[in-house]
Design a binder for this molecule. Structure first.
Ligand SMILES: [Zn+2]
Length: 158
């Protein structure tokens, strides 16, 4: 269950997504939080340079493998503005990270992008649990979903 005390982490994800959009990247942001509620790392999408694997969830998975024990990774939560794509869900599971909380689901994103006339992505938008069945996943979070939708409208309205 999502607690009210977790909403600030999700709001930070939306801020990071906004920062990414304003820097010419895609509007996605993520925060890695330890078992005691401490923010350990955060990142945003950085694909504008041409490397489309530069998703924040992938960066956080790698960061956690370099900096956290297996126990700390398993006890950590990744908050993110949009549900992990299959690449990031796989990285999350391979490094043994814990729970995922996302604002908007991949299904919502696909619907929004189709409505905006954006061509389909080269990777199938599978839900996290189809890629990583053992990961506890929560979302979408209706309080913040419209903010994420608005960022995608801004990106594709250009
Ligand atoms: Zn991804």
């Amino acid at each position: 269950m999502l607690k009210d005390s977790e909403l600030p982490y999700l709001r930070r994800c939306v801020e990071l997504a906004t920062e990414a959009l304003e820097a010419g990247d895609e509007p996605f942001g993520s925060v890695l939080v330890g078992a005691d509620g401490t923010v350990l790392a955060e990142d945003r999408n950085r694909v504008a340079g041409g490397d489309h694997t530069r998703h924040p969830e992938f960066e956080l998975a790698r960061w956690s493998a370099a900096h956290l024990t297996p126990e700390a990774r398993a006890a950590a939560t990744v908050y993110t503005s949009g549900e992990h794509c299959p690449m990031c869900a796989a990285a999350h599971a391979w490094v043994g990270l814990g729970r995922i909380v996302y604002v908007a689901s991949s299904e919502q994103l696909v619907t929004w992008l189709a409505e905006l006339g954006v061509p389909a992505a080269p990777v199938r938008p599978l839900p996290v649990n189809e890629v990583a069945p053992g990961v506890v996943v929560e979302g979408p979070v209706p309080e913040l979903t419209e903010q994420v939708h608005a960022l995608h409208r801004r990106l594709h309205a250009r």
